[in-house]
Design a protein around this ligand. Structure first.
Ligand code: SAM
Length: 414
């Protein structure tokens, strides 16, 4: 059985686990900010949970699953291959465990290995620096002896490894994504404080949004939320416009990897839906933001359009519609819908007091959008008091270094 681990925003583990199930993966446990899952469903192979398949014998179905996880997951920040999991009560055990991985089958001879992050929790080994050094040394020793080299040239790709120690059990994880997955490959126009694409995807799930429901973002900035909703509504794989670190690893670089990649991209393109009515819009008082949102949406939809064209289809993805307006000027274009936004937090944009003033004036939204569900994410703790309404659902979420809460107001609460 091949296991993968996907980190996500803290608080989004359940959303990610559900997404994994929908894609046919089998989640097998979660920790704070990450979910472990098997690359192929247990029943498809008859494998048990007992051992890790030898990494030197990954087959076509495994390769396809590794690529698919990167290509399709919307709410995961990255995808890691669990190269090993073993008890590591001391440094000797850690060294032996890392050295036992057949790294030479995974990397080209010019690789430079980087142990970029170590996390320990309730474990005897606690010095992250020392763990990093030992893991690095064990990998180099293994590679040097397998390739009969005393020093490695390190002139090629960088392979990134992460070590987690949880109650003296080590997980050694190899990064398969490269650039974090929130980089969908469409964004050149940033905007002042964009929300991460992966977090926007989490909000869409927490609001249980369905494509037939109109969606509006009244603080649209660079367009992230409507763009993410558009990808979701049309079943567009978020990774169609980019490549992944996986593609330059030895076990994926040959014909089998190429075939897996092509098959997965073809399947993802065939899954794109253009036969549904989707009403996704956004507005911002800042004209430059509206321009940026339009440009980003254009590129995001063009990526899917190119994939369709390559597959011989001239179907077109409808773009979300953006207008310049302050939220006070808005009125609901449909009797029901979802208003989903991240208004200024008062941290990166403006200060906390002006954010509170803004939230107070947001009370008007409930008058102007009767019958709509509302969802807002902010790090400002005074949000609920300022808008004068208790949320139906409150979800703390931490992506990056910012502690935020998502407030969902179901329409019955009005
Ligand atoms: C945190 S940013 C939104 C970022 C956006 N989600 C993205 O990913 O790029 C907040 C946005 O609210 C806009 N804004 C501030 N006051 C506004 C108002 N009164 N009406 C409409 N938009 C406003 C700002 O111009 C800014 O683009």
């Amino acid at each position: 059985m091949v296991y993968l681990v996907a980190p996500c925003a803290i608080g989004a583990e359940k959303v990610l686990a559900n997404e994994l199930k929908q894609l046919g993966f089998a989640p097998s446990g979660s920790a704070v900010g990450r979910v472990r899952f098997s690359a192929t469903p247990t029943d498809a192979r008859g494998d048990s949970d007992a051992g890790t398949r030898v990494l030197s014998s990954l087959d076509g179905a495994d390769l396809a699953a590794l690529y698919r996880a990167n290509l399709r997951l919307r709410t995961a920040d990255r995808v890691y291959l669990e190269a090993a999991r073993f008890p590591a009560p001391d440094f000797d055990a850690l060294f032996e465990g890392v050295r036992s991985v057949p790294w030479e089958h995974l990397f080209p001879k010019t690789v430079r290995v980087l142990v970029d992050k170590v996390r320990t929790h309730s474990s005897a080994l606690s010095s992250e620096r020392a763990i990093q050094g030992v893991a690095h040394k064990a990998m180099y020793e293994r590679l040097g002896s397998a390739w009969r080299m005393t020093t490695l040239p390190e002139s090629g790709i960088v392979a990134t490894v992460r070590v987690y120690l949880e109650r003296n059990e080590a997980s050694v994880l190899l990064d398969l994504s490269g650039e974090p997955l929130h980089r969908r490959g469409y964004r050149t126009a940033g905007g002042a404080a964009p929300i991460r694409e992966t977090l926007a995807a989490v909000l869409i799930q927490l609001a249980a949004w369905r494509r037939k429901t109109p969606l509006h973002d009244a603080f649209v900035g660079s367009g992230t939320i409507p763009i993410e909703a558009t990808l979701y509504a049309h079943d567009i794989a978020p990774g169609l416009g980019r490549s992944f670190a996986l593609e330059s690893l030895s076990f994926f670089a040959g014909d089998a990897g190429r075939a897996a990649r092509e098959a997965e991209r073809r399947a993802a393109t065939e899954a794109i839906r253009t036969d549904c009515l989707v009403r996704i819009t956004g507005s911002d008082r800042d004209g430059a933001c509206v321009e940026a949102a339009r440009a980003n949406a254009e590129r995001a939809c063009a990526i899917a359009g190119r994939a369709l064209q390559e597959a011989g289809s001239d179907r077109r993805i409808p773009r979300p519609d953006f207008t310049q307006a302050s939220f006070e000027e808005l009125s609901a274009p449909y009797p029901e819908g979802l208003l989903l936004s991240n208004p200024p937090y008062g941290e990166r944009l403006g200060d906390a007091a002006s954010a509170l003033d803004l939230y107070r004036s947001m009370r008007a939204l409930w008058t102007n959008f009767p019958g709509w569900m509302m969802g807002f994410i902010t790090s400002h703790e005074g949000f609920e008091d300022a808008v004068g309404r208790r949320a139906t659902k409150r979800k703390p979420l931490k992506g990056g270094n910012l502690d935020t809460t998502f407030y969902l107001y179901a329409e019955e609460a009005h």
